[in-house]
Ligand binder design. Sequence first.
Ligand SMILES: *[C@@H]1O[C@H](CO)[C@@H](O)[C@H](O)[C@H]1NC(C)=O
Length: 148
Amino acid sequence: MKALLSLGLLLLSVTVQAKVCKHCKLVTLLKSHGMDGYRGLNMTNWVCLAQHGSNYNTQITNYNPGDQSTNYGIFQINSRYWCNDDKTLRAVNACGIPCSALLLDDITQAIKCAKTVVKSPEDMKIWVAWRNHCPNRDLTQYIGNCGV
Ligand SMILES: *[C@@H]1O[C@H](CO)[C@@H](O)[C@H](O)[C@H]1NC(C)=O
């Protein structure tokens, strides 16, 4: 019984640590790519978007039946304007990349493309997840405990 309980606690702490790791890994990468203060936006906005848009899952895709486009990856970047997935009508591909590049473990391309998307702080509003969870809030918690 006691052994089972400590096994349970061990598993719980491993899960919690994995979560902390994921978000602090993102914080470190954002910082090293100059995303803190980029276009006047604190990087907490990107962590908030990643948490609510993809739960830090780089492999996630979401289809938008409205315009038949798809959102890709950790920041949920849209195929209508920003990347090419060979199936979105009148796609622009402003980032000049295949959308699959936004699904890699290595998020370098995703960060680069995010920089293309956001020309001013207002542009964060294109993301529903950001609109619903991030504006006019204290976002300090999103980089708390990461030691940056
Ligand atoms: C971003 O927000 C954090 C926490 O609120 C703060 O410590 C940091 O200085 C801010 N960065 C910029 C570039 O304003």
